[in-house]
Design a protein. Structure first.
Length: 274
């Protein structure tokens, strides 16, 4: 089976999963923001794969919770890199067992339909896992962190969440896939964050993370599975569809540009310090 979507053999496959040392967690988001700002309707899509050794990424609403600053201090004391992303969704803990997948797509003029882009990502994840399982369900998983209509789960346990950011000429569809490790351990970190950040907040302002809602893919299928296995399966799927890795060019996004975007995002999407 091949991933038969509106991607062509000129699609750029940007695999940064080999970067496993600690770095500013906003870097991959700044990279994608820079690429999307340069994208035109004539440009080809980009598939971006990345991971981080230990980070906690907040959504915009999370960063505005009454005690987000205190929760941020606690996370850093536990060794987490922290940041606020500019796409939708809520807080997500990351480690090397979580693969982040982004589809950067040209946005046709006047396009307001967003569901098809979520469906595209869900299809990519499903087809990547086809040799492992055909039991991937779509729909919000109650009690999960970063809950949404396009949660992906197996046996009622969420292993993947999908968010989106739309710009004038580009769309970034972002997914986190918990491949290995313990989903409940990550849920416990998210729950501890909200316990600290959301005191005094309205119940509708943050998700209530419950035990038993999250699991890794390895836990869901009951088989040994590593992040590297998942990466290889996705690459094979894309390459079967004649999508091959292109040579990365500084013309696409130079290091100075990306670092400037990191600074801009830090200033624009800061954590509530009141």
């Amino acid at each position: 089976m091949t991933f038969s979507i509106e991607l062509s053999d000129k699609t750029i496959l940007l695999d940064r999963t080999h970067v496993t040392d600690a770095y500013n967690i906003l870097y991959p988001f700044a990279l994608e923001e820079t690429l999307c700002r340069k994208m035109t309707t004539s440009m080809t899509p980009i598939v971006h794969l990345w991971r981080h050794p230990k980070a906690f990424v907040m959504g915009l609403r999370d960063s505005r919770l009454p005690h987000a600053a205190n929760a941020d201090i606690w996370l850093k004391s536990q060794g987490y890199e922290t940041g606020v992303r500019n796409s939708g969704g809520a807080a997500v803990p990351l480690d090397l067992g979580v693969i982040n997948v982004s589809l950067l797509l040209p946005k046709p003029a006047g396009s307001m339909e967003h569901r098809k882009d979520f469906e595209l990502m869900a299809q990519l994840i499903r087809e990547t896992l086809m040799k492992l399982t055909d039991d991937v369900q779509k729909g919000e998983v109650a009690g999960s962190f970063c809950p949404g209509e396009f949660d992906l789960s197996i046996g009622g346990k969420k292993f993947c969440g999908i968010a989106q950011r739309r710009q004038l000429h580009a769309i970034s569809v972002q997914a986190f896939v918990i491949v290995e490790g313990q989903g409940e351990q990550k849920a416990a970190v998210a729950r501890a964050f909200y316990d600290r950040a959301a005191a005094g907040a309205e119940a509708a302002d943050y998700p209530v993370v419950l035990p038993g809602s999250m699991a890794s893919l390895a836990e869901c299928v009951g088989k040994p599975l590593t992040a590297v296995d998942f990466i290889q399966s996705m690459k094979e799927l894309l390459e079967a569809g004649e999508i091959t890795a292109q040579i990365w060019s500084e013309e696409l996004a130079g290091e100075n540009e990306i670092q400037e975007m990191v600074k801009l995002m830090e200033n624009r999407y800061g954590i509530n310090r009141n």
